[in-house]
Write a protein that binds this ligand. Sequence first.
Ligand code: COA
Length: 147
Amino acid sequence: MVEITKLDKEEIQKLLEFEKKNDEHILTYDSIINDLKNENYTYLLAKLDKKIVGYISFLHVDIELTITGIVVDKKYRNKGIATLLYEYVEKQNSDIKNIFLEVRESNNTAISFYEKLNFKKIDIRKNYYKNPIENAIIYTKKIFSKI
Ligand SMILES: CC(C)(COP(=O)(O)OP(=O)(O)OC[C@H]1O[C@@H](n2cnc3c(N)ncnc32)[C@H](O)[C@@H]1OP(=O)(O)O)[C@@H](O)C(=O)NCCC(=O)NCCS
């Protein structure tokens, strides 16, 4: 069973190894430490038999939540782990009204993932990403009160 836990400082090195293994090179030790200094920032890990198989990071300010990262282990993709992480965040942050994120225009897998979760495209930021230069698509999802 997949377990979801908050990132502990002692696990940062393991998270960096996880990213490297999955050809993602966004995080650094210092960037994570810096994010964790912000009480609105959260990193959640998905673990299988204590091994990291995915993570999601987000910034929650007032009624808005911005997803800043989501990665699943290549070996465990398409098994619902990212959906599990996302749904956990939406459920645990029940006061939110809007969720935002940005994604590379060519990242069809992530786009399909977000669109399946009912995110809607609202904008394009030209040449937003570097290495390689690429447009970012901005997605948002409105959360309506379940009451
Ligand atoms: C995007 C990512 C997080 C999805 O993780 P995942 O655990 O495989 O996703 P899930 O199993 O929960 O998939 C749910 C939906 O995502 C989409 N999806 C997942 N893998 C896909 C693929 N290979 N091709 C197309 N769509 C795909 C589908 O809509 C899928 O729904 P379905 O199963 O009904 O077809 C994962 O592919 C990943 O880590 N990619 C690299 C990092 C990345 O690009 N992160 C996003 C940055 S903005």
